[in-house]
Design a binder for this molecule. Structure first.
Ligand code: ADP
Ligand code: MG
Length: 266
């Protein structure tokens, strides 16, 4: 339940963050409206994961403010289940005989609480999530016996099992073949059309561009925003910024500025 009417589901203002002496985020302004499908792009080390972690409250910025659902991320408490998160690196112990449906059920822990037993409604939510991503028939299969693409859908179902309003996916298609990647993005497109707000982190500019209708390419300041063909088609953009950090924006009113302070490596 939304407690008040808000234009933005995520608001980041003037956020800066450094790992020790390494500036990673520099005066970032970032806003996401409900229902948007946004691709956050850039190569390794450009701060994408850190930005997502700031929004999730896993990293606390040195400066600036972050709000999600109108609250500071570290004050989310019961609202945490409104967020689905597929982290970049999910370490899976494949020697542990965890079945797909059990992995998906773990997504319910934000609602269940670690110490309580899952109820029928939790199992039902997990089942619906698996059905939604097309892996219902794999429910009893151990994770070790799934392909990379199938496992990726398990992690998506795990995030969806919480019935979130917003979905974060950090490089979800790494080490998956192009056909599988494409069908995964089509699945995300379907979720988006059903109203899900999606933030997709990727370094794969070309593939993601074909699934969004807005883009901003940024690095060391604002590079530009607009439709993908406008922004990415610009030679000047490519030459000047090399799409080092890119934000794609799908929605009526793109307004994103992501700056990265790069002193030290130029
Ligand atoms: N825990 C950490 N300690 C120190 N430096 C880190 C840590 N995590 C990430 N970094 C550094 O911060 C920068 C941004 O990292 P990250 O947000 O993971 O980038 P991306 O997701 O775009 O690859 C990189 O230079 C990375 O080496
Ligand atoms: Mg990353």
């Amino acid at each position: 339940m939304v407690k008040k009417t808000e234009d933005y589901i995520i608001e980041m203002e003037n956020v800066s963050f450094s790992f020790g002496n390494l500036p990673v985020l520099d005066r970032v302004f970032f806003q996401v409206r409900r229902g948007e499908f946004l691709g956050l792009l850039g190569p390794n080390g450009s701060g994408k994961t850190t930005l997502i972690k700031c929004i999730l409250g896993l990293v606390r910025p040195d400066e600036g403010t972050v709000r999600i659902f109108g609250k500071a991320p570290w004050d989310l408490n019961d609202d945490r289940h409104r967020i689905g998160y597929v982290p970049q690196l999910i370490s899976v112990d494949l020697t542990f005989p965890l079945r797909a449906k059990e992995a998906v059920l773990m997504g319910r822990y934000a609602r269940i609480g670690m110490l309580r037993r899952p109820k029928g409604s939790d199992r039902e939510a997990a089942r619906i999530a698996m059905e939604r991503v097309g892996i219902a028939d794999l429910a009893d299969r151990p994770l070790a016996r799934l392909s990379g693409g199938q496992r990726q859908r398990v992690f998506l179902a795990r995030a969806l099992a919480n019935e979130p309003e917003i979905l974060f996916l950090d490089e979800p298609t790494t080490s998956v073949d192009p056909t599988t990647t494409e069908s995964f993005y089509e699945l995300l497109g379907g979720l988006h059309r059903e109203g899900m707000t999606i933030i997709l982190v990727s370094h794969d500019v070309g593939v993601v561009a074909s699934h969004v209708d807005g883009v901003a390419c940024l690095n060391r300041g604002l590079v530009g925003h607009g439709r993908p063909e406008e922004v990415l088609g610009s030679e000047e953009m490519a030459r000047m910024y090399g799409c080092d950090a890119v934000v794609f924006h799908h929605g009526r009113l793109p307004h994103i500025v992501v700056k990265r302070n790069d002193h030290g490596d130029s």
